[in-house]
Design a protein around this ligand. Structure first.
Ligand code: C2E
Ligand code: MG
Ligand code: MG
Length: 778
C-alpha cells in the first residue's frame, strides 16, 4: 500500500497536519482549562462572600422575627404564665406569616413548646445549654436534618425562655441559595458531631464521594482557599468554609463546588468549531497533497512506462509539459533515449556489416538465411546457398602483402554484389563469401548464378600495379533437400566447396549426400592419423629402381606404409593428402627422412635412397634442418640421398622454394621431378631448376606398348632429359613389353612391379643380396 509515492506523500502530509492540529488543540485546551480554573477559583471566592451575605441576611431576618416575637407583650405574658395555647397560636401565626416551617420555644426549665415531632423535640431540648450560653445563631441538627437556627431570649421581664426559629437546610433551600450566585455552583452544608464523619443531611452529595469530600473539607477549611476536588462526577474546584453551629460538639461547614466540566461547557462550541475546522483542514490537506503527489508521480510513472517500452526495444519519446525538475528529467530522458537509439543503430551496423567490404557479415547473414528459410518453407519453395572461396588468395596475400589482399577482397566484393543482383551476398570471413538465392525454376538458377559469379571474379584485375589472376570455387547446397536449417545448409555448401576445390579450382559443385559420409570418414582418418604419428604406426617399404645399362638395382624409393590397428594397411594415396591438409605431413616427413637415411646406411654405398617430400613440407620452415639432422644422425653420404618432388611445387612458386631446392642441391643431395607429365606439366619447370632426374609418370608407361602416341611422348621426354643432362626414370613398369619399348626409346632407368613391388627393409636387403648373387653367378 505504501509502495506508491502518492500514498506515502498524502499520508505524510495528512499526518503532519493532524499532528500540528493536535498540538494547537492541546495548547488551546491547556490555556482554556487554566483560564477556566483561574476564573472558577475567583468566582468561588466571590460566591463565598455573596453566600456569607445571604446567610447573614437570612439569619438577620429570622433574628428580627424572633426578636419581634420575643418582645411581644402578649406572647411574653403567655410564655411567662405558661399559657401554651396562646404561645403556640402566636408561633403558628408567625410561621404562616414568615413562611418559617420550624419555630418553637425553649423554656428556661428546658421544656420545649411548639414542636410535636418527638425527634425534633428531643434535639430542640438539647439546645438549652447552648442557648443558655447565649449562642443564638448557627447551624444545628434537628431530627437528623441540618437547620439554620436563630434564637431570641424572652424576657418577662426576667428570662423565661427562648424563642427559636429554624430553616431547614434541605436541597430546595440550597437550590434557592445557589440560584442567587452568578455562577452555577453547587452549595452543600455538611455537619459533624464531635469526631464523626462529615455528613450532608440534604443528600446533596453521593455516598461514594462522602469520604473524599470529608478529607477535602478537613484539609482546606482552615485556609479558605479553593482547591481541586475529585468526585465520581468528575473534577470540581471547591471551597470549604466553616459555619457557626449551635450545640455541644456540633460542627458545620459550607462546601461550594463548581464542576470543571460545567465550566468548560462554555467552551464546547469553540472546541466543536475547532474540531470541525481541523477536520475540514485535514480533508483539504489530504486532497491537496494527493493532487500534488499526483502531479509529481504521474510524469514519473510515464517515464517508468517509457523506460520499460525502451527496454522492449521500442523507440520512445516522453511528452514534456512543464519546465520544472520533472520536465527537465523528461527532457534528459528523451535525449538519453535518442542517444541509445543512435548508438544501437551504429552497433547494429558494426555488428552486422563487414568493415572492409561493407557487405553483411556472418551474424547478419545467418539471421537473414534463417528468415529466408522460414519463408521458403512456408511457401514450399527452394533456396540455394552458394559458398564461394577464392582459390589463390592466400598466396596473393602472402606474397603481395595485406594491403593488396584487402584491395582484392573489396574489388571481388563489388563484383559479386553486382553479379548477384537481388540476392544477398555476405562475407563470412577471410576470402569466404556466401550468397542465398531463391530458386523459382529448379537448380538451373543456382547453376547460372554460380557461373556468373565465377566469371565475374575471373575477369582480369589490376591492383597496385600487379596484374592478378583470381579464381573462385563455389559449393552449392539447396534447401530443403540438402538441409532445412541454416547450420546444415552452410556446412553442406562448404563440403561441396571443398569438393569443387579438390576437383581442380575455378568450378562449382552441388552438394551430394555422400559428401557427408566422405567428410566424416576424412575426419575419422585425421584423428586416426594423429594417433598413428604419436604411436609410430608407420613403416617404410622400399621399391628398387633398376639401371638398364647393367640391369642392377641402383637405388630404392622409400614408400610409407601405415599399419592401421583396425583397417589394416592404409594406402599413402589415401592418407598423404589428409596429412598434407592437416600439417601432419611435417612430423611424418621427418620420420620418413630419418628412417630412410638410417636404412640406406645398411646398404652398399652405391645404392641411393629416394625420399618423397611433399610441397607442404617445402612451404613450412625447417625442411633443411630435417634433412641435415637425418643425414647427421645416420651418417649417410648426401650424394646418396635423392629427394622426389612433384610439379605442384611450382604452382605457388616463390623464391623461398627455389632457394630451398638450391640449398639442398648444394649439399650434394639429388633432386628428382616425380610423376612428370601429369597435372600442370610445363616445360618451363624444367628450365627453372636443373633436376637430376625426371620420373615419367606411370600413365604413359601403361600405354606405351599399345599406343604409339604414348610411346612418342616417352621418347620425347627421354630425349629432353638427355638434352638437359637429366636422367629419365620410367615408373610403373609391369610388363616385359613395356620394358622392351622403354629400352627402345632410350630410357635409362626403370621402376615397377616387373622387378619388384615395394618391400620391407628385410625384403630390400634380400633383393640386394639376390641381385649381387645373380651378378656373381653371371
Ligand atoms: P610415387 O612417389 O609416384 O610412388 C610410386 C607409386 O607407384 C608407389 O605407390 C608404388 O607402389 C607404385 N608402383 C610402383 N611400381 C608400380 C607398378 O608397376 N604398377 C603400379 N600400379 N604401381 C606401381 P604407393 O606406395 O602407393 O605411393 C603412392 C604415392 O604416395 C607416391 O607416389 C607418393 O607420391 C606418395 N608417397 C608414398 N610414400 C610417401 C612418403 O614417404 N612421403 C610422401 N610425401 N609421399 C609419399
Ligand atoms: Mg615418388
Ligand atoms: Mg611417382
Amino acid at each position: 500500500m505504501f509502495s506508491r509515492i502518492r500514498t506515502r506523500l498524502a499520508v505524510l502530509y495528512a499526518g503532519l497536519f493532524a499532528l500540528a492540529l493536535c498540538l494547537v488543540a492541546g495548547a488551546l485546551y491547556f490555556v482554556v482549562a487554566a483560564t477556566v480554573e483561574r476564573e472558577v477559583r475567583s468566582e468561588l471566592v466571590a460566591s463565598r462572600t455573596v453566600f456569607d451575605r445571604l446567610w447573614n441576611m437570612r439569619s438577620h431576618e429570622l433574628g428580627n422575627a424572633a426578636s419581634v416575637l420575643a418582645r411581644d407583650f402578649g406572647f411574653r405574658a403567655a410564655v411567662a404564665t405558661g399559657d401554651r395555647r396562646t404561645a403556640e397560636s402566636a408561633l403558628d401565626n408567625l410561621r404562616a406569616r414568615l413562611g418559617i416551617r420550624v419555630a418553637f420555644i425553649v423554656g428556661v426549665d428546658g421544656k420545649v413548646t411548639g414542636v410535636t415531632d418527638p425527634a425534633l423535640r428531643r434535639d430542640a431540648a438539647l439546645l438549652w445549654p447552648a442557648l443558655d450560653r447565649g449562642e443564638f445563631k448557627g447551624v444545628a441538627s434537628l431530627g437528623g436534618v441540618s437547620h439554620q437556627l436563630v434564637a431570641a431570649p424572652v424576657m418577662a421581664p426576667a428570662l423565661t425562655g427562648w424563642v427559636v426559629f429554624a430553616t431547614e437546610l434541605d436541597r430546595r433551600e440550597m437550590r434557592s441559595l445557589e440560584s442567587l450566585s452568578a455562577i452555577p455552583i453547587e452549595a452543600t452544608v455538611l455537619t459533624r458531631r464531635n469526631a464523626s464523619a462529615w455528613s450532608d443531611t440534604a443528600a446533596g452529595i453521593r455516598t461514594a464521594d462522602a469520604v473524599g469530600i470529608g478529607h477535602f473539607i478537613d484539609r482546606t477549611i482552615a485556609s479558605g482557599v479553593p482547591g481541586e476536588l475529585q468526585t465520581g462526577g468528575g473534577t470540581a474546584i471547591a471551597l470549604a468554609k466553616p459555619l457557626a453551629s449551635i450545640g455541644d460538639g456540633e460542627h458545620a461547614a459550607l462546601l461550594l463546588r463548581y464542576p470543571l466540566a460545567r465550566a468548560m461547557a462554555a467552551y464546547l462550541p469553540l472546541q466543536i468549531a475547532m474540531a470541525l475546522t481541523g477536520l475540514l483542514g485535514l480533508m483539504l490537506v489530504i486532497a491537496g497533497s494527493w493532487r500534488l503527489s499526483l502531479s509529481i508521480t504521474r510524469p514519473i510513472s510515464e517515464l517508468d512506462r517509457a523506460a520499460r517500452r525502451m527496454e522492449q526495444g521500442e523507440t520512445v519519446e516522453v511528452r514534456v509539459d512543464t519546465d520544472d525538475e520533472i520536465g527537465r528529467l523528461a527532457r534528459s530522458f528523451n535525449a538519453m533515449a535518442a542517444g541509445i537509439a543512435e548508438r544501437e543503430k551504429r552497433i547494429t551496423q558494426l555488428a552486422f556489416n563487414d568493415s572492409l567490404t561493407g557487405l553483411p557479415n556472418r551474424a547478419f547473414f545467418r539471421q537473414h538465411l534463417e528468415i529466408e528459410l522460414r519463408q521458403a518453407a512456408h511457401r514450399g519453395g527452394c533456396l540455394a546457398l552458394l559458398s564461394l572461396d577464392l582459390d589463390n588468395f592466400k598466396a596473393i596475400n602472402d606474397t603481395l602483402g595485406h594491403p593488396v589482399g584487402d584491395a582484392l577482397l573489396s574489388e571481388v566484393s563489388a563484383r559479386l554484389r553486382l553479379a548477384a543482383g537481388d540476392a544477398l551476398v555476405a562475407r563470412l570471413g577471410g576470402d569466404e563469401f556466401t550468397l542465398v538465392l531463391s530458386l523459382e525454376a529448379g537448380q538451373d538458377g543456382a547453376e547460372r548464378m554460380a557461373q556468373r559469379l565465377i566469371e565475374a571474379v575471373a575477369k582480369p584485375l589490376e591492383i597496385g600495379g600487379h596484374d592478378l589472376a583470381v579464381a573462385a570455387s563455389i559449393g552449392i547446397a539447396v534447401s530443403p533437400i540438402d538441409g532445412e536449417d541454416a547450420d546444415t545448409l552452410l556446412k553442406n555448401a562448404d563440403l561441396a566447396l571443398y569438393r569443387a576445390k579438390d576437383e581442380g579450382k575455378g568450378g562449382y559443385r552441388f552438394f551430394e549426400a555422400k559428401m557427408n559420409a566422405q567428410a566424416q570418414a576424412r575426419r575419422l582418418l585425421e584423428t586416426d592419423l594423429r594417433r598413428a604419428v604419436a604411436n609410430g604406426e608407420f613403416e617404410l617399404y622400399f621399391q628398387p629402381l633398376v639401371d638398364l645399362s647393367d640391369n642392377r638395382i641402383c637405388s630404392f624409393e622409400a614408400l610409407i606404409r601405415w599399419h592401421h590397428p583396425t583397417r589394416g594397411m592404409v594406402s599413402p594415396i589415401e592418407f598423404i593428402p589428409v596429412a598434407e591438409e592437416t600439417g601432419l605431413i611435417v612430423p611424418i616427413g621427418e620420420w620418413v627422412m630419418q628412417e630412410a637415411c638410417r636404412r640406406a646406411t645398411e646398404w652398399p654405398d652405391r645404392i641411393r635412397i629416394a625420399v618423397n617430400v611433399s610441397t607442404v613440407q617445402f612451404r613450412r620452415p625447417g625442411l633443411l634442418n630435417t634433412v641435415l639432422q637425418a643425414l647427421a644422425a645416420s651418417g649417410l653420404e648426401p650424394g646418396r640421398l635423392e629427394i622426389e618432388i612433384t610439379e605442384s611445387i611450382f604452382l605457388e612458386t616463390s623464391d623461398t622454394t627455389l632457394t630451398m631446392l638450391h640449398s639442398l642441391r648444394q649439399l650434394g643431395i639429388r633432386i628428382a621431378l616425380d610423376d612428370f607429365g601429369t597435372g600442370y606439366s610445363s616445360l618451363s619447370y624444367l628450365q627453372s631448376f636443373p633436376f637430376d632426374k625426371i620420373k615419367i609418370d606411370q600413365s604413359f608407361i601403361r600405354q606405351i606398348a599399345t599406343r604409339p602416341d604414348a610411346s612418342a611422348i616417352v621418347q620425347a621426354i627421354t630425349a629432353l632429359a638427355a638434352a638437359l643432362g637429366m636422367e629419365a626414370t620410367a615408373e610403373g613398369v609391369e610388363e616385359i613389353g613395356q620394358l622392351d619399348e622403354l629400352r627402345l626409346q632410350g630410357c635409362g632407368y626403370v621402376q615397377g612391379y616387373l622387378f619388384s613391388r615395394p618391400v620391407d627393409a628385410a625384403g630390400a636387403q634380400a633383393l640386394l643380396a639376390q641381385c649381387d648373387s645373380v651378378r656373381n653367378a653371371a
